[in-house]
Design a protein around this ligand. Structure first.
Ligand code: PHE
Length: 454
């Protein structure tokens, strides 16, 4: 079985794939807003610290399991801890990314819809000078969002079914550099708008009084989501990294790219938001209401340029969402291929069907199913809350406990230090071990409790 497994071509391919998973909607619709709301540069410092001290060790814990076993989540657990107990973690981390994928695909579908609109009709202000009601109408109408959800998920299926190397690796290799190029272009444009300065100040002005315990928990939670932790995606991608590769370098590269992209996205979005004279917000509203409003407003004076920027922006969002979604998709496919003996093609189709149905329910929860509630939440919000607030943190906690307390320390050290050959890794192993065993579980518990109380 292991001999037939595919591998990423090399270090850059592995980092691009992992960065592709990490860089997604989380960087574009949540990070910039959180920075502005929670103390600007002060938040960035806290965020950086939580990336390095908390999320990187968790990332490495997942990567160590995948890299050690060269198996997907379930198989990895089976190999390292025979018996049923830990297999539940394997199973949980097969299911949770598929739940995320289902609603993520709905949002990915909206992005394709908005890309289509920016290519065709463009965005225009209505009689009351707003475009936001258009978003409400768009998502409530059952058929068109379903069509775009199908297109998005179908696109993912197409890439994933082509395989790890010719599908996932190739797609990320083309898309990731393009994403950086696009977001930098948008940033340059945005920074030259009159009134852009206020957006820069919003992001950079340090306000340490806003650094409360809940802001710290929010920073940790955001770095967790942004680095795709706790749901087996990092584990699965790491299982495709070659034996002799340095996991710490891969981890640092991924964290670095993810952070860089989030910051550039902030400087691409916030200056434009302030230049248009509106209040920034987070979530779907930022991308599908605020940005179209800005494009519509700019369109009045410079239609060509604003049309072009709108297209570039939605291309960026669609592709950022794709590279993340395929990483979730691959977790399920790896399970079905390795544990259930299905062909990659069949596995892809099966995941497509399952996620399409759940995604369709999420999509319809903005329209015909808006009255259906689970624990007081619509289906879409329930799936979102369940995964980002609970399943991700819970999975992360178990991974950390597994590597820090259950796995053989010699094996962990061996993985971390490339069999003792990497000198820097050997020097910092003690710090990693401490962060993994004590700080990470404690911090995840704090995030978990904060989410619970929220
Ligand atoms: N990290 C992705 C983002 O920022 C989301 C994601 C979560 C991807 C979990 C894979 C797994 O949008």
């Amino acid at each position: 079985m292991a001999a037939r497994r595919e591998h990423f071509g090399g270090r850059s391919a592995a980092i691009l794939a992992l960065a592709g998973s990490a860089i997604g909607l989380g960087n574009i619709w949540r990070f910039p807003y959180m920075v502005g709301q929670t103390g600007g540069a002060a938040f960035i410092i806290i965020y950086l610290a939580s990336c390095l001290l908390l999320s990187l060790p968790i990332f490495l814990a997942e990567a160590i399991i995948g890299h050690r076993t060269h198996a997907g989540t379930f198989g990895a657990m089976e190999r390292l801890a025979p018996g049923m107990k830990w297999k539940w973690l394997g199973l949980l981390t097969v299911l949770s990314p598929l739940v995320i994928l289902s609603y993520y695909s709905v949002v990915g579908g909206w992005s394709i819809g908005y890309l289509w609109q920016s290519l065709t009709a463009g965005f225009h202000l209505d009689e009351i000078g707003a475009v936001s009601s258009a978003f409400g109408r768009f998502v409530a109408e059952p058929w068109v969002p379903l069509l775009f959800h199908t297109l998005f998920l179908g696109g993912c299926a197409w890439i994933v079914s082509a395989g790890v190397k010719s599908g996932i690796e190739r797609f990320n290799k083309i898309t990731m550099p393009l994403l950086f190029l696009l977001i930098v272009m948008i940033m340059v444009y945005s920074l030259t708008l009159p009134g852009a300065r206020a957006g820069v100040e919003y992001l950079l002005k340090p306000d340490f009084s806003k650094i409360t315990p809940s802001a710290v928990a929010a920073a940790m939670g955001q770095s967790f989501f942004s680095l795709s932790l706790g749901v087996g995606t990092i584990l699965t991608y790491a299982s495709y990294i070659r034996r002799d590769e340095n996991i710490l370098v891969t981890g640092l590269g991924t964290v670095g790219f993810d952070l860089l992209f989030a910051l550039i996205a902030g400087f691409a979005i916030m200056p434009a938001v302030f230049a248009a004279g509106i209040e920034p917000g987070a979530g779907p509203g930022l991308i599908f209401e605020t940005l179209p409003y800005i494009f519509a407003k700019m369109g009045a004076s410079a239609p060509w340029l604003s049309g072009l920027v709108a297209v570039l922006f939605f291309v960026t969002i669609v592709f950022a969402a794709f590279t993340s979604a395929i990483s979730m998709y691959e977790v399920g496919v790896a399970y079905l291929v390795e544990q259930r003996g299905l062909s990659r093609h069949k596995a892809t189709v099966l995941i497509f069907l399952g996620c399409w149905i759940l995604g369709a329910l999420c999509s319809l929860s903005f329209g015909p199913l808006s009255g259906t509630h689970i624990f007081g939440l619509t289906i879409f919000n329930f799936c979102d809350r369940l995964t980002s607030n609970f399943l991700m943190t819970f999975g992360g906690l178990l991974f950390v406990i597994f590597v820090g307390w259950k796995m053989d320390k010699t094996a962990v050290r061996d993985e971390f230090t490339c069999g003792g050959t990497a000198r820097f890794n050997t020097a910092v192993f003690g710090a990693f071990w401490f962060l993994l065993r004590y700080l990470a579980p404690l911090a995840i518990l704090i995030i978990f409790i904060t989410n619970f109380l929220a």
